[in-house]
Each structure stands twice: as C-alpha cells, then as structure tokens.
Design a protein around this ligand. Structure first.
Ligand code: RB5
Length: 142
C-alpha cells in the first residue's frame, strides 16, 4: 500500500519518525514535505497529499502539523477526502470502521511519538466495516 505524507514545520520531526516507521513496516511512502523544519503554510502540504489520493497515487494519507487541526480543516475541503484528526487509538479505529477515513491527521504538539505510532498502526490496520448504515451516512457528506 502506498501512503502519502505531509507536514508543516510543527509536524516535521514527527513526520520523519512516522516515515521511518512506515518504511520499516514495508509501506511505500510518498514524502510530500516539508523538507526542512522552517516556518511554512500547512494548507500547501495538505493539498499535495489530498491531490495524491484523488489522483490515485496513494491509497491513504497522513498529515501532521502542530495541533493537527489546520491540516484536518484544509484536507476536508478537498472533494473525496475524509480526514480524521486522531489523538487516541479508539478514534483511529473508529474513523476507519465507521467513516472510512482516507487521511489521518495528528498534532505533534499534542501527542508524543509512541502514541503517534500506535495511532498510525491502528489507522492503517483497521478496515472499513462496509456496513450499509455507514456507507449510507458517508454518502450524505456531499
Ligand atoms: C504552526 O505554528 C501551527 O499553527 C500549525 O502547525 C498547526 O497547528 C495549525 O493548525
């Protein structure tokens, strides 16, 4: 599975750790920046990742900023994107099972790397339930 990942300066260090973790697990990773921890605008990186998903370049995306809030707001503006801001494992599981989320957002100033890796693994390893009621609800998003 190919995963597109992006961050701003606030999420840069955690992004590098998540990339290492994903590659160790055997995932193919598209690193869409930022490439240095210098102040930059998170919507630019949200767009790169959501474009990858909508172009079929990646199946799932991960976006990291200081809080995860800006990234999730920006990502959810793109058609076809269901971005979930998760800072706990329960939400990371539910956002896949119930909402078929295709982008995980996290805040590097909110959680540490240990929890971030558990959330990432849960997000990647949990399938969509395919329950009729969830399909119906998701279809009402737009
Ligand atoms: C950058 O200072 C910070 O605003 C950004 O990383 C993010 O938290 C925005 O939502």
């Amino acid at each position: 599975m190919k995963i597109s990942i992006g961050s701003d300066h606030g999420g840069y260090q955690l992004k590098q750790m998540v990339i290492d973790h994903l590659r160790t697990r055997g995932f193919e990773v598209l690193d869409r920046g930022c490439d240095v921890p210098v102040s930059c605008d998170y919507p630019q990186y949200a767009k790169k990742v959501t474009d990858d998903i909508n172009a079929g370049e990646a199946e799932l995306g991960i976006l990291i900023c200081g809080t995860g809030i800006g990234m999730s707001m920006a990502a959810n503006k793109a058609a076809g994107i269901r971005a979930a801001l998760c800072h706990d494992v329960f939400s990371a599981k539910a956002c896949k099972e119930h909402n078929n989320a295709n982008v995980l957002c996290m805040g590097a100033r909110v959680i540490g790397p240990g929890l971030a890796m558990m959330i990432t693994d849960t997000f990647l390893d949990t399938p969509f339930s395919n329950d009729e009621r969830h399909i119906r609800r998701i279809s009402q998003f737009s």
